[in-house]
Design a protein. Structure first.
Ligand SMILES: [Zn+2]
Ligand SMILES: [Zn+2]
Length: 422
């Protein structure tokens, strides 16, 4: 049965209660949860995945109890995270030992054939050396001089979050945002997805910056850099020790010899993953706290609710991009006007998403439990702690970035980037 534009009512096939729906979204029953999560958790997951999920849930529930149990959540490195750090240092230690071994052979047998023994060691050390991220080349990167007002805003939020600002801001087309260290000196890159920025209100933008910079305030990103580079080295080892498919002759022998080191590397990778899981979840709750601190509780919760329904925004954006591609070449001015129209349509679309779709996503998230691929706890658990902060104004004044920043950040950015983490 159809009433207003797109709105439908019909009885639930499971319990008979009346379902109010919107033809653009999944039909589900709020009374009995019928069809609340049609995609469901992935059914084909194996034993290891299931075990990881169970562990993630256990960590998550404990942490949630801690967050809501009246105790103050503090940034601290628990014993698991410390152990992860020690293992990571040991991995880098192996790389260093390989480098020193290579040099030792070179020096000891200088001029003789023994020198060649140093070669494999040096090659291994080169392949396994810790690699630091660089500034992205496939998306626009703003430095302080390019967008002074935006950087000033970031500085101000950083101060509230108890940390420094960033060195560079990259802009991309993801409905997402992230922070990461780059370069040897661990400089800071903030990546802002334009579509996400555009669908947020001024205070929600402050909350978003508060969340991202909150990751630095927790002091866990630097720590993560040591672990992350170790994970990359281990992934290289895993590649080296991977068995040759359909081996013949000598390859069979190599495969046999590689079994033990291969299993060891695989085991270390899984162990590091488990050990850092809890710290990662804790960091998200802490980052949410900074989001509420910088913006306001309402803004932090509003930001989470926006992120709940990004799939729908993604579909709309993809349609817009296709329409744009079909309409052929145009002048720079036309393109800019077109872009403004796209943002307006996107904002209107987000505003038109009914509350029952938000609620469905929250319930689906609660059914799926703590995700193991993403570090973020499900939204139904993140909302209460963020709400617990005194309601009302945040610390930041909530003005929008200056006009020259908006213009700048709107231009370009037609290439996607790697997945990020808001
Ligand atoms: Zn029902
Ligand atoms: Zn986060």
């Amino acid at each position: 049965m159809r009433s207003a534009a797109g709105e439908t009512t019909q009885p639930c096939p499971q319990c008979g209660a009346e379902i109010r729906g919107d033809s653009r979204f999944t039909l589900w029953c709020a009374a009995c949860d019928w069809n609340v999560d049609p995609e469901g958790p992935r059914a084909e997951e194996g034993r290891v995945e299931r075990a990881r999920r169970a562990l993630a849930r256990r960590h998550g529930e404990k942490l949630f109890a801690e967050v809501t149990g009246g105790g103050t959540l503090r940034a601290r490195r628990d014993s698991a995270a410390t152990l992860a750090y020690v293992i990571a240092l040991a991995v880098h230690g192996v790389t260093l030992a390989a480098a020193l071994g290579g040099v030792w052979f070179l020096v000891r047998y200088w001029g003789g054939p023994g020198m060649l023994l140093g070669l494999p060691f040096l090659l291994a050390a080169t392949a396994l050396r810790p690699r630091f991220a660089r500034l992205p080349e496939n998306k626009p990167v703003l430095l302080r001089a390019d967008a002074p007002a935006l950087f000033a805003l970031v500085d101000e939020v950083a101060q509230v979050a108890g940390t420094r600002g960033v060195h560079a801001i990259a802009v991309d087309t993801e409905i997402n945002a992230s922070v990461m260290p780059y370069g040897l000196r661990g400089r800071r890159l903030l990546t802002l997805g334009l579509p996400l920025w555009e669908i947020l209100g001024p205070r929600q933008r402050i909350a978003l910056l508060g969340h991202e910079l909150g990751h630095y305030g927790n002091g866990d990103v630097r720590h993560a850099a040591v672990v992350h580079t170790a994970l990359r080295s281990l992934t290289t080892w895993r590649y080296v020790f991977a068995p040759v498919p359909q081996p013949t002759g000598i390859e069979i022998l190599v495969n046999v010899v590689y079994i033990v080191p291969g299993l060891l590397v695989q085991g270390l990778l899984m162990l590091l993953d488990q050990l850092t899981l809890r710290a990662a979840q804790r960091a998200e709750y802490l980052a949410d706290r900074e989001a509420a601190h910088a913006g306001s509780s309402e803004a932090a919760v509003g930001l989470m609710d926006r992120l709940l329904v990004v799939d729908s925004a993604e579909i709309l954006l993809r349609r817009e991009v296709n329409a744009l591609a079909l309409s052929g070449p145009r002048s720079a001015r036309e393109a800019e006007n077109r872009a403004d129209e796209v943002w307006e349509r996107l904002t209107a679309h987000m505003a038109s998403i009914p509350e029952h779709e938000h609620e469905r996503q929250r319930r689906a998230g609660s059914l799926r439990g703590h995700s193991v691929d993403a570090t973020h706890p499900p939204t139904h658990l993140r909302r209460p702690p963020a709400r617990r902060r005194a309601p009302g104004r945040g610390r930041r004044s909530g003005r929008r970035p200056g006009p020259q920043d908006r213009r700048r950040t709107r231009r370009g950015a037609h290439r996607g980037g790697p997945p990020a983490d808001p």
